[in-house]
Design a protein around this ligand. Structure first.
Ligand SMILES: [Zn+2]
Length: 83
């Protein structure tokens, strides 16, 4: 299977960048080489896949933070004298 490469520098690493182009009313998601920045493709900036991935990551961090706080509360409760 062929390995995607940047046509400018042959890097195999790519990134996404949200861009508003001209008078467009919606963002464009550019696929660009992570090393030299050459744009190799574009997609609708409202693409749900990347948005859902970010939402999932953000929610994961929030859940971990809440879990850590609950663990702290639980440990403090366990140190209270029994009545
Ligand atoms: Zn490149």
């Amino acid at each position: 299977m062929a390995t995607p490469k940047c046509p400018q520098c042959s890097s195999e690493t790519f990134s996404l960048a949200n861009k508003k182009i001209g008078t467009s009313t919606f963002p464009i998601l550019l696929v660009h080489c992570s090393d030299c920045g050459s744009v190799v493709g574009c997609m609708d900036g409202l693409a749900m896949g990347p948005a859902l991935d970010k939402l999932r990551a953000d929610l994961g961090k929030d859940i971990m933070s809440i879990q850590a706080k609950l663990n702290l509360i639980d440990s403090k409760i366990s140190m209270l004298p029994k009545v």
